[in-house]
Design a protein around this ligand. Structure first.
Ligand code: PLP
Length: 382
């Protein structure tokens, strides 16, 4: 049934030109006067960390952020030379690996500081660290109450160099302005405590993409941007419209079948045709990252028109109702996410339809889906 289909019939196209433009837009419009850390954890939110970090480096992005040690190692092995901050905690036994690959740790406790002091001492290094303050995320970092103890501890860490001081905002993408201001005030107080001890690190950072947009006072010397770089919005924001979506997820019609009224489609017959219908089969399923909650709710683009996903999405395939299309043939391009003709399906729209967030839509696109890099970042001036 797949004669006439491109191989592979399921790809995520990553537009490097759009990515480079987003970097430029963020630098010139939003974050002038500070450096950018491109957050490329989870394989750059499914976009491919190595290729995107390569483009970002070329366009003046100073830092990269990953969640885990192994992600940092993979970036080094890909050839990325810029500083890489591991945003998450260091797991037992990982300190040596971080140092071996010149990855900068986020220190979230006195114990973390002691671990890296020992590891750096063994190698005779003065090793850079960023200290994270938990000003109200409740997740990771030194709480303000523990700052005096941490300062005392750092005083004994002769092999550590405090290069960064950071916090993370819990509600920058929500209407809760007050809680953000409270977090920033706590952070300022901690910065003051450090300064009193003569500790004024080169990098001070708090903003994620939402902070980047909405709280200029959270920018300090470095902003950590993830979702905005990929052209999606952390909250409904018309002023954010200048960013270009980077990823287009597309597949092709693998089968087109005319069926009578009363015909059950897919597992459980959650969809039954109400009229003589044309049903198309797509070679994409939830194992590729198509959220199963889009069953009977989602839409895709064919010939620039929206058509509904019908029946339960299966692991490897799903069905669409083509009855209202003038014509549809095996091999026709189907856009799951992105633009076709004059219409566009955004990650935000998909997220709203299936009750998740745009981040999940991107991260879900599995390794089974080929990433193809298109567009050129050369003509983007900076
Ligand atoms: C993921 C992450 C970011 C990036 O968040 P976006 O909303 O994608 O910009 C920034 N900082 C930390 C600590 C993170 O974990």
């Amino acid at each position: 049934m797949t004669a006439g289909l491109p191989t592979p019939p399921l790809v995520a196209e990553i537009d490097l030109g759009a990515f480079a433009e987003n970097i430029r837009a963020i630098r010139t419009c939003l974050a002038s006067g500070c450096q950018i850390m491109a957050v490329v954890k989870a394989d750059a939110y499914g976009h491919g960390a190595g290729p995107l970090a390569t483009v970002a480096s070329k366009h003046g992005v100073a830092w990269f952020g990953v969640a885990r040690c192994q992600e940092g190692v993979a970036l080094r092995q890909y050839g990325i030379d810029a500083p890489i901050l591991v945003l998450g905690p260091t797991w037992p036994g990982e300190a040596e690996t971080l140092i071996e690959y010149r990855l900068t740790p986020t220190i979230g406790s006195c114990g973390d500081a002691a671990t890296f002091q020992r590891a750096a001492c063994r190698r005779g290094l003065l090793y850079p660290i960023h200290v994270k303050i938990d000003t109200g995320m409740g997740r990771f970092g030194v709480t303000p109450e523990c700052v005096p103890a941490l300062l005392e501890q750092l005083g004994t860490c002769s092999h550590l160099h405090l290069e960064g001081l950071m916090t993370h905002l819990a509600c920058a993408d929500t209407p809760d302005v007050e809680s953000v201001q409270c977090q920033l005030a706590r952070f300022r107080a901690v910065l003051q405590q450090f300064a009193t001890q003569g500790l004024t690190p080169r990098y001070i950072h708090a903003a994620n993409s939402a902070g980047l947009y909405r709280y200029p006072e959270s920018h300090w010397t470095l902003v950590r941007s993830g979702i905005a770089l990929y052209g999606a919005h952390p909250f409904p924001a018309p002023e954010a419209a200048a960013l270009r979506p980077v990823l287009t997820w597309k597949t092709y019609l693998a089968r087109v079948q005319t069926v009578p009224a009363g015909c059950g489609i897919s597992y459980g017959y959650t969809f039954v045709t109400g009229r003589p219908s044309v049903i198309g089969t797509l070679p994409v399923g939830y194992a590729d990252g198509l959220n199963r909650n889009l069953s009977n709710v989602g839409q895709v683009l064919i010939h620039g028109q929206r058509v509904p996903l019908v029946g339960q999405i299966c692991m490897d395939m799903c069905m669409v109702d083509l009855t209202d299309l003038a014509c549809a043939h095996v091999g026709d391009e189907v856009v799951l996410l992105g633009a076709q003709g004059d219409d566009r399906i955004t990650a935000e729209e998909i997220a709203a339809r299936c009750g998740c967030i745009p981040y999940e839509v991107f991260c879900a696109i599995s390794q089974r889906v080929l990433r193809r890099y298109v567009g050129t970042d050369n003509d983007v001036c900076h």
